[in-house]
Design a protein around this ligand. Sequence first.
Ligand code: NAG
Ligand code: NAG
Ligand code: NAG
Ligand code: NAG
Length: 380
Amino acid sequence: MTMVWIIHTSLYLLSVFQVTLTFNIDPVAWKYISVPAAGFGYKVIQLNSTNLLISAPEEQYEKSRRGKVYQCPVGVSPCTPLPIQVPSHAVNMTLGLSMTKDPKTSKTLVCGPTIPRDCKTITTYNGMCLEIDSNLESESPVPSSLEDCPGQTDIAFLLDGSASVADVDFERMKTFVKSLITQFLERNTEFAIIQFSDDSEIHMSFNVFKNNIESWQLKLNNISQQNGLTYTATAIKRIVKDVFIPSQGSRPNAKKVLIVITDGESTDHGDLKSAIEAAEKAEIIRFAIGVGIAFDSNTAKDELRSIASSPQGNHMFKVNSFEALDQISNSLQNSIFPIEGSNTTEESIKMEMAQEGFSAAYIPGGGFQIASVGAFQWRA
Ligand SMILES: *[C@@H]1O[C@H](CO)[C@@H](O)[C@H](O)[C@H]1NC(C)=O
Ligand SMILES: *[C@@H]1O[C@H](CO)[C@@H](O)[C@H](O)[C@H]1NC(C)=O
Ligand SMILES: *[C@@H]1O[C@H](CO)[C@@H](O)[C@H](O)[C@H]1NC(C)=O
Ligand SMILES: *[C@@H]1O[C@H](CO)[C@@H](O)[C@H](O)[C@H]1NC(C)=O
């Protein structure tokens, strides 16, 4: 329920005038506008001399739609809700928690700053504002999309299936991959698995992982070894071209990580340089794990070093046997976790709690500002 301040003030002044003239004590007729909507009256905008906009930000009118704005004539007619089209992702936005009118253009900015977004490890809160023109039609939302979830990482495993890897070792490699995936599962991470030997074979793309979140282990168990040569460079090129691409489920804003596990030098050594360049260009961060005595040789070690991203100290691992892979599990994880967060700089963490539109104001020169409280800044 809301008292109409501005109208009432003028009525009151008028009655004072009448009092002095006629000595007739006229009780002021308070005008009440009431709509049975949660939070009705939280914000009131005087549209013009005959119309108000009144928000009911707490009104839950659908399961994931919260906040309505009403047009209320200053007369006997009832209020009517504005048919504002909010975008589908504007879940529970609490529309109308802030409203402000541009005195110049007569447009009104209506904001909802409480859109939750489930980002696995945290829920972020974002907001959005819509402009309503003088015909009471709403324009497209600002900002038009929500901030990305923080810490997205897409990890591809490239497993050596060449004949020099014993059956039992190939199984050990799968077990190692399984335990790594399990460690990362709770984070905002998705996976792909590729085997290489003579050919490279994509056993699980990021899309397949997304669509089989319950059965990825079965897919991994099911991989059988190719038993051929070691076409490492060809496989890396294939991963750049066919795995880390949006149509295969690679997320455009995710960190790209490639983990190569191999037991020896590549057959296509000559192509390695261009393969690494392609991966570098695609911003794929590479970890190289060399298993076994082959990496006692300097050429093999150099090759491993060239596959790994720099600084190689954090990106290159050497173990003596597949049995020993577990030993590097922790240091590998510790090297990957900071990557997830590396662009989650303080700045971007703030933006994830930005709550755009917590308050808003028109700028006299044109345009408007939206306060992002969580971000300690204004957007113009
Ligand atoms: C929106 O809010 C309602 C009521 O609190 C709740 O039941 C619903 O789950 C919320 N929707 C989302 C997607 O958070
Ligand atoms: C006030 O605004 C409403 C909504 O835009 C409009 O329908 C009405 O004609 C306006 N009244 C005046 C007096 O300008
Ligand atoms: C396992 O592999 C077999 C043969 O390659 C295939 O028919 C089956 O669908 C696979 N199972 C899963 C869970 O991928
Ligand atoms: C990190 O974020 C900045 C600014 O948003 C962007 O320019 C840069 O490309 C990002 N780096 C990576 C590795 O995603």
